[in-house]
Ligand binder design. Structure first.
Ligand code: NAI
Length: 253
């Protein structure tokens, strides 16, 4: 098993990509610390993993709250050590031109997508540096490498995630800590459903989107989780500061 005896904390693990990552990590023998702002959903995921024989526990965590993030990470690190952190929790916003986007939407997206990732790195790094190893995987987006029209706030936030991760890789590498970003294309999750729901015909919008992809379909959360697993595991022991695009070839054409 690829994560045997390792402890991994995942944010936003009640749903979508985070949930699939929790399941994948559990299959590979990790102790999984499921965290989410959604306590019912998060508890259910941890219970489901435990029912299958995995070691899992849930901690309620709003990633925008730096103090809370530190408290959860400190408690986990003290009890088990902390080998892997996946900063996955994120949010989107309805499509709108930059000049029509409210400051409140911009600030909310920055709080969750940038400060949430920052808080996770800020809390985990002292422990990882002290123990001399650790792997941080941040979840970016195609919007980390492309500027998406009518998604300026989201693009701003996800571009920042990629470059924050690069800075972290340079800074923490000498302590044995790696940091990488996964950049998913459109992936079938509730976040995508919310995005499509703002279109006049969500199903037609989904089909049109899928046609744009060389593989003629959108991604599924398990495919993103596999990429996160690779970067988190020792198989990627010489990979750091990388942005791994998982988009079925969309960004290449
Ligand atoms: P999702 O909506 O299925 O899951 C997001 C999870 O994050 C939810 O469980 C939610 O409760 C949690 N969350 C939201 N705000 C939080 C907060 N402040 N603190 C803690 N947890 C919070 O969405 P999905 O698609 O699984 O998103 C996961 C990540 O993947 C996000 O960072 C998103 O930006 C990114 N992503 C998703 C893509 C897609 O097409 N679904 C494409 C590219 C990136």
């Amino acid at each position: 098993m690829r994560l045997e005896d390792e402890t991994a904390l995942i944010t936003g693990a009640a749903s979508g990509i985070g949930r699939a990552t929790a399941e994948r990590f559990a299959d590979e023998g990790a102790r999984v610390i499921v965290t989410d702002i959604d306590s019912n959903g998060g508890e259910a995921v941890a219970d489901e993993l435990a029912d299958k024989g995995a070691t899992a526990e849930f901690h309620e965590l709003d990633v925008t709250d730096g103090e809370e993030f530190h408290a959860v990470v400190d408690a986990v690190a003290e009890e088990y050590g902390l080998d892997i952190v996946v900063n996955n929790a994120g949010t989107g916003h309805p499509s709108s031109r930059l000049e029509d986007t409210d400051d409140s939407i911009r600030d909310f997206v920055i709080d969750v997508n940038i400060k949430g990732v920052w808080n996770g790195c800020h809390a985990a790094l002292p422990h990882m540096k002290e123990q001399g190893h650790g792997s941080i995987v941040n979840v970016g987006s195609l919007a980390s490498i492309l500027g998406l029209p009518k998604q300026a706030a989201y693009s701003l936030s996800k571009g920042a995630v990629l470059n924050l991760t690069r800075a972290l890789a340079a800074e923490a590498g000498p302590y044995g800590v790696r940091a990488n970003t996964v950049c998913p294309g459109f992936t079938d999750t509730s976040l995508l459903e919310q995005y499509l729901a703002t279109e006049d015909d969500p199903e037609a919008a989904r089909e049109a989107m899928a046609k744009e992809y060389p593989l003629k379909r959108l991604g599924n959360p398990e495919e993103i989780a596999d990429a996160i697993l690779f970067l988190a595991s020792d198989e990627a022991s010489f990979v750091s500061g990388h942005g791994l695009v998982v988009d079925g070839g969309f960004s290449t054409c």
